[in-house]
Design a protein around this ligand. Sequence first.
Ligand code: ADP
Ligand code: MG
Length: 841
Amino acid sequence: MSFLKGLFGDANVAALKKARPIVAAVNALEPDFKALSDSALRAKTSEFKGRLAAGETLEGLAAEAFAAVREASRRTLGQRHFDVQLIGGMILHNGDIAEMRTGEGKTLVATLPAYLNALSGKGVHVVTVNDYLSRRDASWMGQIYHALGLTVGVLNHESSFIYDPSHVPEELKQEEEEAQDKEGSFKVMHDFLKPCTRKEAYAADITYGTNNEYGFDYLRDNLEYESANLRQRLPQDGGYNFAIVDEIDSILIDEARTPLIISAPVADAEALYGRFAAIARTMVKDEDFTVDEKHKQIVMTDAGIEKAQDALGIENIYTDAGIKMVHHLETAVRAKAIFERDKDYVVKDGAVVIVDEFTGRLQPGRRWSEGLHQAIEAKEDVAVQQESRTFASITFQNYFRLYGKLAGMTGTAATSSEEFYKVYGLNTVAVPTNNPAQRLDLDDLILQTENGKMRAIAKRVRELHEKGQPVLIGTVSVEKNELLGAYFKQEGIPHEVLNAKNHEREGEIIAQAGRKGAVTIATNMAGRGVDIKLGGNPGTPEEYEDVKSLGGLFVLGTERHEARRIDNQLRGRSGRQGDPGATQFYVSLEDSLMRVFASDVIKRVMGTFNIPEDEPIFNSMITRALEKAQTRIEEINFDARKHVLSYDDVLNIQRQSIYARRRALLTGGESALTTELERLTVADESFAAEIAKKKEQLGDAFVPTVRRILLQGIDFLWVEHLEAMEYLRSSVNLRAYGQRDPLVEYKKEGLKLFQNMEETYASHVRSLIPNIVSTPGAQTSSPQQRSVTKAVASITASSDTPIKKEYGRNDKVTISNGAETKEMKYKKAEQLLSEGWRIVG
Ligand code: ADP
Ligand code: MG
């Protein structure tokens, strides 16, 4: 262990040494840059661009570019990048992970490599954990980029913006800018953000957005039928040039277990979920099924299977009903036994919404796959959404691997540095703090029962509150949050409760969590990304000193999390920029971590004591056992993510090849179409003749019409293929019983399926082309294909239509397929719309 640490330490020292010269270089340039007028400073950007074009490198320009950014920041925000921030910036530019503690100013750090890399004219993407933070960071940092003449875009869910202070009246602007300098760390200056199209946001020099938005846009773009509709830049225009991922561990580790999936309902959904939910309700734990808490799985017992067979009125579920029924049964029982309401999900407005297990954030729109989400809907008796088909999917791992250069920053990467290296090839470099850290991390307090723990916490918080020291209490779930709130209420302790529900308001509350006497209860990461300043924000120097003398922010953890990293994130809220502060975790023997992983040892130890339930004890052995348990769970979770990834890797190769072909067709004009047709024509002269004939017949309409047919064919078959791959995946897992490695089987069979798809595609195209007629909408395609095309149109339309309108049957609409535009009544247009035409006016 110490050997490894030593190695890591050496590598860290070396990486820091490599980045350090930037500090002296930038400092030396400072007087020159300070002397520049505002317009001369701005002119630096075009100078740098010119020098790049003339052959200089980004590395060669780094010092001057950093100096320009520092100067622009000093002038606009009144913040001069600290030396350690320059180092952090260089690490990001090198494509590594900069581990910098909370409050070290990572938002500002990112401006350095973002500016430098944007000079190439290729896009730079800054990735944030939620929409609010992308708006905040763009409107906050936008001042710097703007002063340097670069444009900034923001991607939000169903809206996009461009940073543009010019449309704010001059008097107001002054006011807003002043407010922003004070409160920009949590307040979004909406007036500076002007709504724009998705494409414009991507065309900006620097774009801020969440991982979900980037990923979904990528998938949606790969379902488009017209190149004019593409949102992201093409790869050759810098589409995936450089991404800086803020809180990279949250995004690339915590969220990496669930892939992004675009799905749409299909007509023939079955109503089995309700039936199986009812059956699951009758199942008794440890009698009809057993639970494997570690892997979040259940296993049906013979008794349970029998019960289900009786309920279904069949003899043998395996032979009579087939694997699909078994899957339904197991999923329904899993939904009942493993997934807890208000912990794993909440029911909101009649829908089941996933709660991210690490962060406590709600994940609207995301659904568990393989019928689990429907099973939970049935369990909760809310409307079961139609069975959907997957149209496109990708893991975050594979999305972010698209980038030519990837970098990240976070306060907590070290415990996951192995994963970052193995999966992404990213090195983690710990950057020293600007001021010496003073935070005190106290040993865990251990209580025997949950109830005793709650009482002990309430007692402690009351003491702290009465003394005036602000305290932030971190919980693992929304439910715990509310429970604790109730205890506090009973005790008459005034407090704020934060659930992951409204990031913007959370930001404002958390920003004030450092006020004297403040008590704030929050789920793990509620209000994250927002800095807690002692004395409030903005507070007076007296308020700051007052809270400082009381010991700074006290962070109280109410349970150890599965991953040490998440505990460290919570701790990191305290002790920013060398402030004093303290952290401590309260744990009980009834905590799930203890129950599942550490119970025996600890119970034995605790048995030898004889103490009241709300009396805490310290015991280093228990703390050690806990940390060991955490390490083990981290390993299990890493394995789970590797597992998801190894399967997605198989699909990834196929996806890349399909998407590349799609993109070439979409953007490559007639020559790309010809190439594709030639590929399909190999050794088939009669087909070649058919094509020539059609070309003559259709004239100008040939290229757009045939292109559309090819694209629709690819999509249709790809959707079918994705489904086949999903089935394959569950079936290879069953084969594992036959001593075969499921992954190897998956690869082998997956390749066969892919080849089949290719053949089907070719024959599909061959049969379609001779039947093309010149009126669009009259193409021959199967009803299944039409329903796919229709669903695709609805998917691609949803992300970027500013105004959605309901049309009456007799309303006049203008529709277009990219090549042609027509005006007609809506009822007449419906058929064309289902073929992929779109309403344009
Ligand atoms: P992190 O993301 O690293 O936790 P933030 O980017 O939220 O930190 O910044 C924390 C606080 O530090 C913010 O209020 C920010 O304005 C302030 N800050 C960052 N860099 C500087 C600087 N160079 N000078 C003064 N204040 C800074
Ligand atoms: Mg931050």
